[in-house]
Structure formats: structure tokens, C-alpha cells
Design a binder for this molecule. Structure first.
Ligand code: SAH
Length: 293
């Protein structure tokens, strides 16, 4: 690493420390573990707590979805551990991660566990926190912007909107052992106007069929947002009956959303507008309807 890069790193860390001090934020102390969310991808969505912890940590265990660009803020002598697990691996890996967190903390290190999105949303953060609690290790949880909310916003889809959905359900498409989750699909179909699916590429077709069997319209809008908030972000808007096929060929990671709120993207795709997309001022067709009659 060149001297100027080193100096920049030191400056950045000093700046983060100053910001945190100004705002009276806590420091990551020796012997502590912080479980922090990195957000869905765009490094600008990581919180100040998370950035500050990256700059202070002695050891950082990062999962597969946390944006590695953030690690440029780490100390040059920090130990960076790639503790990524991608779907369906045996749970032994999870126990190993928890054991390592405990061992590092017992050595008196400042330990950061950096996770994509929010650590408590389908991220197994609670399992790790429980292991720390059982071991008597002090910890802090730093929530992050979760893909199922922030990822949708980057596609111009509000997770709730008064005219389309007064409720939303977050579901993992991958239950225990990677099988489709066993849920009361009839209750969800009836009770939840908007459904957001994490880790659902594989079982999207099955889930869509269950919802249709329970009464949801085959033509209900649905969207797949791949690489949300990253340069490679891509959105496919489809209908419920075609969701499985569209998901099968989508890039990962992908977040899926089913519901009338998907229509709002036609008016709110602010990121698309930056590259020339024309936005529809009346994406739900309400004004056109009232004009007509
Ligand atoms: N804790 C994370 C979720 C981990 S589960 C969070 O709060 O966001 C992993 C799943 O999250 C992926 O399979 C995908 O469904 C979703 N995901 C995470 N990052 C994403 C991104 N940048 N774009 C689209 N989906 C994403």
C-alpha cells in the first residue's frame, strides 16, 4: 500500500472517531462484540455506528453479502475474516462463527461481526447474539437497512403506501434445510396485501402457486430486484403467475415483492430516472380514472 493510501486511511478513521465523539456515540471497546448491519450494498447505507466500528475493530468477521468496499476503512493491522455462508450450508459453520466471536472477545479484542442488510432480519444475528449472551460476552447490535425495505426503495417501490397496502409480510423463501417454508399460505394470501420474499429464488414458483391457490390474482404485479443498491442493480417487473420463471433466471442476491405497491415503481423509480427513464406521475392510474368519470 502506498503512503498516500495509508495516510488517507488514517485520516478517514480519525474523521470517523471525531464524528462519533461529536455525537456522543459509544466506542467499540476491547472484549466487546458488535453485530452490525452493512446495509444491502451501497456503502452509503451503512450507519455511522457501523463505519465507526469498522475503523476501530481489531478483528472483523464479514459475511458474504456485506459490501467489502467498506473494509477500506479498517485499520491496516486489523484481522479480516471472511465468515461468509451462502444458503444451505450445514449449521456447523454457524456454530464455528459464534465460537470464533467468543474466542476473539475473550482475548480482549474489539470484535466486529459485519452482516449484509440488518443483522436481525433473516441474518442469523440473533443466534450469534444468543451465543454471546450465553458466554457472558458484552455485545451491541447495530441495525442496518434491510434488503426487503431499502432494496425495494432503490427500485422505486415503497414497502407501504396508503393507497396500495396497509400491511406487509417478510418471508424467507428458504426454510430449515433449504426447503420451501411451511407457512399458512391461505392466511398470508388473505391477510397480507404485500409480501416480500428473501432467499426465494429457488422456491418462488412454489410460493406463487400456493398464493394463487389461496385466491391471489395471477396478474397481480410482482418484482424481482437483483443486486439492489449496487451498480449491477436490475429490476424485473412481472406478474404473480410468472414469478417463478422470472426468479429462476434472475441474478442473485435477489429480493422479491408481490403486491399492488409494485406499480408505484412506474412513478418512483428515481434511480432509473437518473439514467433517463421517464416517470409516470400517476402510476396507480387514479387521476386518469377520476378524469374519466
Ligand atoms: N440480513 C439481510 C438478509 C440476509 S438473507 C438483510 O437484512 O437484508 C439474504 C437474502 O437477502 C438474499 O437471498 C436476498 O433475498 C436478500 N438480499 C440481501 N442483499 C440484497 C441485495 N443487495 N439485493 C437484493 N437482495 C438482497
Amino acid at each position: 500500500m502506498s503512503n498516500s493510501v495509508l495516510a488517507l486511511g488514517t485520516d478517514n478513521r480519525a474523521a470517523l472517531r471525531r464524528l462519533a465523539e461529536t455525537l456522543g456515540l459509544p466506542r467499540l471497546e476491547p472484549g466487546w462484540v458488535w453485530l452490525a448491519g452493512a446495509g444491502p450494498g451501497d456503502p452509503g447505507l451503512a450507519s455511522l455506528h457501523t463505519l465507526h466500528a469498522i475503523a476501530e475493530a481489531d478483528v472483523i468477521l464479514t459475511d458474504a453479502l456485506a459490501n467489502k468496499a467498506l473494509l477500506q476503512l479498517a485499520r491496516t493491522d486489523a484481522q479480516l475474516v471472511d465468515a461468509g455462508k451462502r444458503g444451505g450450508k450445514p449449521s456447523a459453520a454457524q456454530e464455528t462463527i459464534s465460537r470464533r466471536l467468543i474466542a476473539y472477545a475473550r482475548k480482549g479484542l474489539r470484535v466486529l461481526r459485519l452482516k449484509g442488510g440488518d443483522p436481525f432480519v433473516f441474518g442469523r444475528g440473533a443466534e450469534e447474539a444468543l451465543a454471546l449472551a450465553r458466554a457472558g460476552i458484552p455485545f451491541r447490535v447495530v441495525p442496518g437497512v434491510t434488503a426487503g425495505i431499502g432494496g425495494l426503495a432503490y427500485a422505486g417501490i415503497p414497502v407501504t403506501h396508503r393507497d396500495t397496502n396497509q400491511a406487509v409480510t417478510f418471508i424467507t423463501g428458504s426454510g430449515a434445510n433449504g426447503a420451501a417454508p411451511e407457512l399458512d399460505w391461505a392466511a398470508i394470501a388473505k391477510g397480507s396485501p404485500t409480501i416480500v420474499l428473501y432467499m426465494a429464488r429457488k422456491h418462488a414458483g412454489k410460493i406463487a402457486s400456493a398464493l394463487i391457490a389461496a385466491g391471489r390474482d395471477v396478474n397481480e404485479p410482482a418484482a424481482i430486484i437483483s443486486n439492489a443498491s449496487l451498480k449491477e442493480q436490475a429490476t424485473v417487473v412481472t406478474r404473480l403467475a410468472a414469478l417463478g420463471d422470472a426468479a429462476a433466471v434472475a441474478d442473485t442476491p435477489a429480493i422479491l415483492v408481490i403486491g399492488e405497491n409494485v406499480r408505484l415503481a412506474a412513478g418512483l423509480d428515481w434511480l432509473g430516472a437518473l439514467s433517463g427513464r421517464l416517470l409516470d406521475a400517476d402510476p396507480l392510474g387514479r387521476e386518469r380514472l377520476s378524469d374519466a368519470g
